[in-house]
Design a protein around this ligand. Sequence first.
Ligand SMILES: [Zn+2]
Length: 506
Amino acid sequence: MRATLHTILLLTLFAAFGASVSAEPLRLSIVHVNDWDRLDARAGAGGAAKIASIARYERDRVEAEGGQVLLTFGGDMLSPSLLSGFDKGAHMVALANAIGFDAAVLGNHEFDFGPDVLIQRLKEAEYPVLGSNVSYKGKPGFPGAERSRMVAAGEYKIGLLGLTTADTPSLSSSGPDVDFAPLAETAREISAELREDGADLVIALTHAVYQTDLETLRQVAGIDIVLGGHDHLVLVLYDGKQAILKSGSQGNFVGIMDITIDRVEGRNGPKLVWQPSFSLINTIDVEPDPVLAEKVAAYSSKLDQELAADVGVTEVALDTRRASVRTAENAFGNLIADAMRAATGADAALTNGGGIRGDTSYAAGHMLIRKDVLTELPFGNRTVTMRLKGPDLLAALENGVSQVEKGAGRFPHVSGISFAYDGRKPAGSRVSDVKVAHTPLDLGKVYVVAVNDFIAKGGDGYKTFEKGEIVIDASSARLMASQVIEYVQERGGVKTKVDGRVRRLD
Ligand SMILES: [Zn+2]
């Protein structure tokens, strides 16, 4: 059915273009995936085996017709996933090698484990990774990444560049040695170079919000196509000259841009014309590729082994029973909040008791395993940070203790903050004696606060967090569970106690 439609479309297009000159028209099918860090399908969609299946199907189909396939990745694969928390994304590069990507761009999450780990991952990658606007230690480029690339497609030359969102330093752990140049500026410079080298078509792989992609295209006529990522949108934009394609996230959707390229006689001599057709495939009904499915199964069992690994001995008894984490300061709640604050460098951290789900207790001396931490934090929540005004921070604490008598999940576990509350007073005016970093809360000050992504969006009544100015958003954030595991490992066990940071007066 699809093939028939394509054939009809092609015939129509060739008729419209007029006679080809000096080169045969080419079918170029771009298969694009972005923001994929998950091994397997969830709710039937996405994952490595389904991506591989579509890529193979498309290669077979297009190559049989003499065309060419370009399998591209729009950034963010090394993190954040459970297994990446253990192997720093090595399994994702191995899977991407097996799927056979033709080109990728660096996403912000590629820097989550620091530049040294990324350099190692890039050595392992068997496909080119573009980092056109990245510089390292003051010099343009990043070790193992390419500034641009020319790909031969039939008798045509396709120029590729890769642009990474310029706010990566505040979204990841790229560190002081890595800088990102403005995207449009880099796009202008490199697309001109590629054109000079004879590129017929210039494609920018980007990892940025679509507003930035639009801006880049408006400012740089030398870019024909943007293959994007970062904001997890499934998106096609085409104005007849330039196009943007984004494929959501996790391979739940795979975007295909099927292009015919031709050189025709124009008024001022031969000119290149290209015509796209777009497909956005929901992978829910796609049969997984058996070879990749086997690799995924092997990694899943490795993950199970990893989850059985020791994290550290708790020196204090931990009580995560439902009522305990929803009505009072709690050592496990303190541990989570301390880990969130340490990992982000925020002034304060707050997480809701309802996010702690183990409903169990651990005696002092118990060796916590990774599975324990993930059982306590099963939602895959991430730690976002925001700039929040003093009064909004106070309002958040008021919300946290507003339903303490009901044992509501909003009960706040905090770090970097101490406060008292009186449960006899009406909700909204219970909190007193708030200190941040041992200093009384300054209502005129703005604090950097780390919270989980659920309450950041107003969950559990924390509407006040919606007023915060986001520093690290959920798509850039790391898993709370990974932060807790690292925090315990770095300190050689759980030493966090109940220390009076939340005092009940009644
Ligand atoms: Zn991203």
